[in-house]
Write a protein that binds this ligand. Structure first.
Ligand SMILES: Cc1cc2nc3c(=O)[nH]c(=O)nc-3n(C[C@H](O)[C@H](O)[C@H](O)COP(=O)(O)O)c2cc1C
Length: 220
């Protein structure tokens, strides 16, 4: 079982989000193969909106995006870890989301499972988690759950041991869902309507977005 782990904090694994993510990773089943991608050490430039990825399936910006995409596509599941930056994700992770427009048009992560890890200074955890889960569903994948928490102080969480126990359970749950091909009916509505919308969009642009039109014919 292969899991791609992406952390979007500029503090990498040394920050609060990394501390909570470590617990989630500790809960993964023994033998799980992981690739940990720390966006603070990689380069993902902002999308320039050129649409070339929709035509060719490849982004022409020269940075780490295509190799991150390849790891995601080769994985059974993934973890997205992010701090709350002004009710959303930091620019580093937002850049990755924006560059993933092609994955969303094709729902290219269908069949995969995602988990979310989030930390904040003081709150709005659910708002950030909802946003990241929407990204997971829009890419075609199912979310197995999320863990988020405000901080209680320097590098500590309120009720830390209880939180860490939940974090380890989330790691185990991600592996179980992958193994048992779990289905989450509560996510089917959004995933279904988003998929229908993307199908219409790609059909409408079929003469221009040739890669994505071909992808839909071959995969859906
Ligand atoms: C630019 C910036 C924006 C932030 N925005 C928020 C916010 O809107 N709400 C909040 O509760 N915390 C906010 N925080 C606090 C971080 O979410 C919090 O410290 C988080 O645990 C940092 O995780 P990290 O150490 O993994 O980077 C912000 C921090 C920074 C640096």
């Amino acid at each position: 079982m292969k899991i791609t782990v992406i952390i979007g904090s500029p503090h990498g694994m040394k920050g609060n989000t990394g501390m909570l993510l470590e617990e989630v990773m500790a809960g993964l089943e023994p033998g799980t193969e992981t690739d940990l991608l720390d966006l603070s050490r990689l380069q993902v430039r902002p999308c320039v909106g050129c649409d070339l990825c929709h035509r060719n399936g490849i982004c022409h910006l020269q940075d780490d995006y295509e190799s991150i995409k390849a790891l995601l596509l080769a994985s059974d599941g993934f973890i997205l870890a992010s701090p709350n930056y002004i009710f959303s994700v930091p620019a580093q992770l937002k850049a990755l989301f924006d560059r993933s427009g092609g994955l969303l048009h094709c729902l290219a992560l269908e069949g995969k499972y995602g988990a979310v890890v989030e930390t904040s200074g003081g709150g709005e955890d659910d708002e950030v988690i909802r946003y990241v889960v929407r990204f997971i569903n829009a890419a075609g994948a199912q979310s197995v759950g999320a863990i988020g928490s405000p901080m209680a102080g320097e590098r500590s969480f309120p009720k830390q041991e209880i939180l860490f126990e939940k974090a380890r359970k989330l790691g185990g749950e991600l592996c179980r869902c992958i193994r048992e091909r779990e289905h989450f009916p509560d996510q089917a509505g959004f995933r279904g309507s988003f998929k229908a919308r993307m199908k219409r969009l790609v059909e409408h642009r079929k003469d221009d977005w040739r890669y994505e039109y071909r992808y839909w014919q071959e995969h859906h």
